[in-house]
Design a protein around this ligand. Structure first.
Ligand code: H79
Length: 411
């Protein structure tokens, strides 16, 4: 992955996923039946016929939707890119699609192009914008995968030519510079078909990155399983798509929110292993973003902003040797960052043999006292004094300036 067009992705570390479609109207419940699973799957899970489900469009009128407000928040939270569900498995296009009337402009009383509003807001705020596009599953199109749960793909070609390819073409020609296309779940897409999609993307926008779930090994970075952090070191670029609660699309009954501290620790864990964290919000049908997610992300954003130097542009720390219950490491150039998760008076790293030339608190750059030495025969240690007013604090980071560019682990 020497690809320089992808440099921004390597450095981004933190992005916002937005799942929003007609499913937000149901919010996890249809005709008195609730889904206990991810809410954007309700059409499939509760066997709602396409003729019934598509009637939801007539109710879609998100008067509270504020693309600018969402993008401004993402920027405040320190996120470097946004991925928006232009069309999820339900098959409904959130833009003014010319090749399917099943879209937000033609089929709803709202009548405004959501994708365009995100585009314009992202341009105003200098935010990268990518589009999630469900390439194989389309539960609305009779020839899409999983229409009425039919996964035979027997007329897949017809669907590809009638809807998938033309819609991708629209997204890539009418909505400015697309940072990436986030394909999701290839089902029975053949290698040749995946290649056709990649070729289409590259012909129209050579700098647009293709996500791992294009399938058939053709992605330009690895997308891990939903909410899954890889256990083994991975050399290439990768990203963890993740939820704040247990759903992507809005579910009014899902209150199982992770707290800000947990999210901060997950972000640092993913970054220390070299990946990006693509964290989801699921707006309500009105366009309103659930307060809980805003509250959590506001707090996460404080950590990200105070410690941005220890997050953005960092690289994987060789091996996962330093994942302690009290903290984790990231690195950049000649700097090693220790993210401290639990209160302590001294930050001690054992078995790291680097020559340290300085130490400072990342939040305000104040220099810190440190000592290096041998703790036992043949092993080394680094010990940094935590400033007194930080003795009881957690979730801050310390920078160690090293002569070498990488930490030298001496297990
Ligand atoms: O967009 C989000 C999900 O809707 C989508 N990917 C993320 C980013 C996704 N597509 N497929 N899957 C996730 C995995 C599907 C798992 C399933 Fe199920 C298990 C489908 C049927 C059984 C979960 C449980 C969904 C319905 C029941």
């Amino acid at each position: 992955m020497q690809d320089t067009k992808q440099q921004w992705f390597k450095e981004a570390k933190f992005g916002l996923f937005i799942h929003w479609g007609l499913y937000a109207l149901l919010a996890g419940e249809y005709n008195g039946k609730k889904t206990d699973r991810i809410a954007e799957w309700i059409m499939n899970d509760l066997d709602i016929p396409a003729e019934e489900y598509e009637k939801l469009a007539a109710q879609f009128n998100p008067v509270e939707f504020d693309a600018d407000g969402i993008v401004r928040k993402a920027k405040e939270w320190g996120m470097k890119y946004i991925v928006f569900t232009s069309k999820h498995h339900e098959g409904f296009a959130m833009w003014d699609s010319k090749c399917s009337d099943y879209n937000v402009v033609k089929a709803t009383p709202y009548g405004r192009d959501i994708v365009r509003q995100f585009r314009e807001a992202c341009d105003r705020h200098g935010m990268k914008l990518g589009f999630y596009y469900s390439q194989a599953q389309d539960w609305h199109d009779p020839d899409g995968y999983m229409h009425r749960k039919d996964n035979s793909g027997k007329n897949y070609r017809a669907y590809l030519e009638r809807k998938c390819f033309p819609q991708l073409r629209e997204l890539l020609t009418e909505y400015g510079e697309v940072a990436l296309i986030w394909f999701d779940t290839p089902m029975g897409t053949t290698r040749e078909e995946s290649q056709e999609m990649v070729d289409l993307v590259k012909r129209l926008q050579p700098n647009c990155i293709v996500s791992g779930r294009i399938g058939n090994g053709l992605g330009e970075y690895m997308t891990t399983g939903d909410n899954f952090i890889p256990r083994l070191p991975y050399e290439g670029d990768w990203e963890v798509p993740a939820t704040l609660n247990d759903t992507w699309g809005f579910n009014k009954d899902d209150h199982n929110w992770k707290d800000a501290e947990e999210i901060i620790h997950l972000l640092v864990k993913i970054n220390s292993r070299g990946g990006n964290y693509l964290l989801n919000i699921g707006p309500e049908a009105s366009g309103h973003v659930p307060e809980e997610s805003i509250k959590i992300l506001d707090e996460v954003g404080k950590y990200v902003n105070e410690n941005e130097e220890a997050i953005f542009g960092t690289k994987r720390v060789g091996i996962y040797a330093y994942e302690l219950d009290w903290g984790m490491l990231t690195r950049k150039d000649h700097k090693l960052y220790v993210h401290v998760f639990k209160p302590r008076r001294r930050v001690e790293l054992l078995n790291i043999g680097n020559r340290i030339t300085g130490a400072y608190l990342v939040a305000d750059k104040r220099p810190l006292e440190f000592e290096t030495g041998a703790t036992c025969e043949g092993c080394s240690s680094i010990e940094v004094e935590v400033p007194e007013e930080y003795f009881d604090r957690k979730n801050y980071s310390i920078c160690l300036e090293m002569e070498e560019e990488e930490p030298i682990f001496e297990p």
